[in-house]
Design a protein around this ligand. Structure first.
Ligand code: NDP
Length: 488
């Protein structure tokens, strides 16, 4: 059985305890993971705090940090196959996706490497003739980064990359579900040449590891990706250390198709939008909002495609939908579907967990026309389940799209340019994809509204979120300071 170790202060060690990791494709235990508890968290935060101040890191030039990040990107690319295989093994995410995603993860680190020496301060046109004032951009300090299991290498890259580019140090808590790729990532990181303690990678349970980390007095910023309920706990915990937070949370994203859309293209985008990653994607287009004039024809084509999807083992390149990562995910889908059907929703295809080894749930489509308040329209499944509602007018489509507590992503399919612009303006979400879906890039900010969280990852400004300004005042006059009792 494979054994993994945590990475603290540049050293690999066992955690205070260990726990089993199961292969979602078989349900069998395949590896033992280090479990970080309070003592390990203390150790990791102390290592990050020490590294933040050590001259080797705090005195390193920005371009020096950029060069180290480039080296890291190269190492990720060299080790891509191992990382992809481990992510597939431990989370059930199909090898087609993990292989493609890990190649892009290296590009994300390259992007942040390039940003390191572009984090600039400013000289201010101060309203006092005898003063010079400028702003220094300084790293915010020790960052606690917390990621869920669904795309850990990717979701950690958008935190570690900008944080290190800015000169921060990081304690990353991998999810207890599927942490293997992050612990292997630590081995690769160790070869890149960063000073010890600049990145520390631990894994453990929410209450005994995550909560200790996010409330730690030596943590300055918490970068969290996960569900809204955990985010609330993280925000409560961060009241202890008054750390700033960025929250990348879930979604119930609308996928709107007008009657003039390229139907085949929209069907394909919808298949990818909801069934890729077995629906375990924060930006899953999980609410199809479709013009009633084409609803029946569209659903017939979508059903055909959904039923043709190859369900199989995640390490098989032919597989299109693999297992869910945890039994909890499956049980949640089963429960929400039962409640939705009881509320009047109609299953078009799928709807039941597959009776086979592993945690498999088939692509599922539910017509919610007669169940306007059903959970399938309000709750995030984080599984391959698509809810469908028809509309008659553009305004109705917009109202349905915005009838959600989330606001992460959205898709609009139409050939009418003016209408596309009206929808772009009207939709409350951090992303609008027009005639496409699920495109991402390090260059583009990513984040949401409402229950989808706050803060943006990606893009130029992401690195600035890991800095604080220091205002420097310098008096240029040699005259004595006038009246000391008047503030000027
Ligand atoms: P959770 O919120 O359950 O867990 C996220 C992370 O938080 C895990 O590492 C978890 O650890 C940790 N955690 C749990 N409790 C605490 C605590 N009290 N304090 C600190 N950390 C804690 O999310 P899921 O794992 O279920 O992931 C799915 C969610 O993530 C979905 O809502 C999805 O939409 C969202 N997501 C958002 C993305 C975005 O960028 N907007 C991207 C991907 C997913 P442990 O696993 O050990 O419990």
């Amino acid at each position: 059985m494979q054994q993994f170790q945590q990475y603290i202060g540049g050293t690999f060690s066992d955690g205070s305890a260990r726990f089993e990791s199961r292969d979602p494709a078989t349900g069998q235990v395949w590896a033992m993971m280090p479990e970080a508890r309070a003592k390990d968290v203390e150790h990791a935060v102390a290592a990050a705090r020490a590294a933040f101040h050590v001259a080797e890191w705090s005195g390193m030039t920005a371009s020096g940090r950029g060069k180290l990040l480039i080296r890291l990107a190269d190492l990720i690319a060299e080790n891509a196959q191992t990382l992809a295989q481990l992510e597939t093994r431990d989370t059930g995410k199909i090898i087609r996706e993990t292989s493609a995603q890990i190649a892009y993860v290296a590009d994300y680190y390259r992007y942040y490497a390039g940003l390191a020496d572009k984090i600039e301060g400013a000289h201010l046109p101060i309203d006092k003739p005898d003063m010079e004032v400028w702003l220094r951009r300084e790293p915010i300090g020790v960052v606690a980064a917390i990621v869920p299991w669904n795309s850990q290498l990717f979701l950690s890259a958008v935190k570690i990359g900008p944080a290190l580019a800015a000169g921060c140090t990081v304690v990353l808590k991998a999810s207890e579900d599927g942490p293997a790729p992050m612990l292997e990532f630590a081995r690769i990181f160790d070869q890149a040449g960063f000073p010890a303690g600049v990145l520390n990678v631990i894994t453990g349970f929410g209450a005994t590891c995550g909560a200790v980390l996010t409330s730690h007095p030596q943590v300055d910023h918490v970068a969290f990706t996960g569900g809204p309920e955990t985010a609330r706990q993280v925000v409560r915990n961060s009241a202890e250390n008054l750390a700033s937070t960025s929250l990348e949370l879930g979604g119930k994203s609308p996928f709107i198709v007008f009657e003039d859309a390229d139907i085949e293209s929209a069907v394909n985008a919808q298949v990818s939008g909801i069934f890729a990653a077995s629906g375990q994607s924060c930006v899953a287009g999980s609410r199809l909002i479709i013009s009633n004039t084409i609803k029946d024809a569209f659903l017939a084509r979508l059903k055909e495609k959904a039923e043709a999807i190859v369900i199989g083992l995640p390490d098989d390149m032919a597989t299109e939908v693999g297992p869910l990562c945890t039994t909890g995910q499956r049980d949640n889908a089963v429960k929400l579907i039962e409640k939705s059907v009881a509320a009047g929703a109609r299953i078009i295809t799928g709807g039941r967990a597959l009776d086979r080894e592993g945690i498999f749930f088939p692509p599922t489509i539910i017509d919610c026309s007669d169940a306007p308040n059903a959970p399938c329209l309000t709750n995030e499944f984080f599984g391959p389940v698509l809810s469908v509602l028809g509309f008659d007018t553009e305004q109705e489509a917009l109202d349905i799209a915005n009838d959600t507590a989330f606001g992460l992503a959205s898709g609009v399919f139409t050939r009418d340019l003016a209408r596309a612009h009206r929808m772009i303006r009207g939709i409350r979400a951090g992303i609008v994809w027009v005639n496409t879906y699920r495109a991402v890039s390090p260059i583009v900010p990513f984040g949401g509204h409402g229950l989808s969280g706050h803060g943006r990852e990606g893009g130029l400004r992401a690195a600035l979120d890991y800095t604080k300004t220091k205002a420097v005042w310098l008096r240029t006059s040699d005259d004595p300071i006038p009246d000391p009792f008047i503030m000027r």
